[in-house]
Write a protein that binds this ligand. Structure first.
Ligand code: ZN
Length: 133
């Protein structure tokens, strides 16, 4: 959802580049995108026409901005963007630490260590199936 102060992005308007290097955004002919004349980054205008998104293969998360009329404002990336690393932490790292701890202190209680992990993974699977779109 665009915030009230964000403005529609016009491909015929001259915008500064959000990279902060005093670059200008130059419209790329026949596309819904801008290119920066300084940092050489490409910014695609989203379908809503309120958000530009940086095309980048090096940055793990999407970078997006909204135009407030005078400057670019970092758009909310939302929880979904960070969902994968968080899920990874909870499903792989934490059970891993748990397993190592339990097996260190109670090497004969493998069953005890595995049951909570299996339950957690099952719970996560159910959540994932429920929220999958
Ligand atoms: Zn730039």
């Amino acid at each position: 959802m665009p915030s009230p102060k964000s403005q529609k992005i016009d491909l015929n308007t001259d915008y500064p580049c959000p990279c902060g290097r005093k670059g200008r955004l130059v419209p790329i002919v026949l596309t819904e995108a801008f290119g920066c004349n300084r940092c050489q980054q490409i910014f695609v205008v989203e379908k809503s026409e309120y958000v530009i998104e940086q095309l980048s293969s090096t940055y793990p998360y999407k970078k997006a901005w909204v135009w407030t009329g005078t400057r670019w404002h970092r758009a909310q990336t939302g929880l979904k963007e960070h969902y994968l690393p968080i899920a990874f932490l909870f499903l792989i790292v934490l059970p891993g630490i748990w397993l190592v701890c339990v097996l260190n202190f109670f090497p004969d209680k493998l069953f005890l260590a595995i049951v909570p992990v299996v339950l957690l993974e099952l719970l996560a699977l159910i959540q994932w199936l429920a929220y999958r779109r």
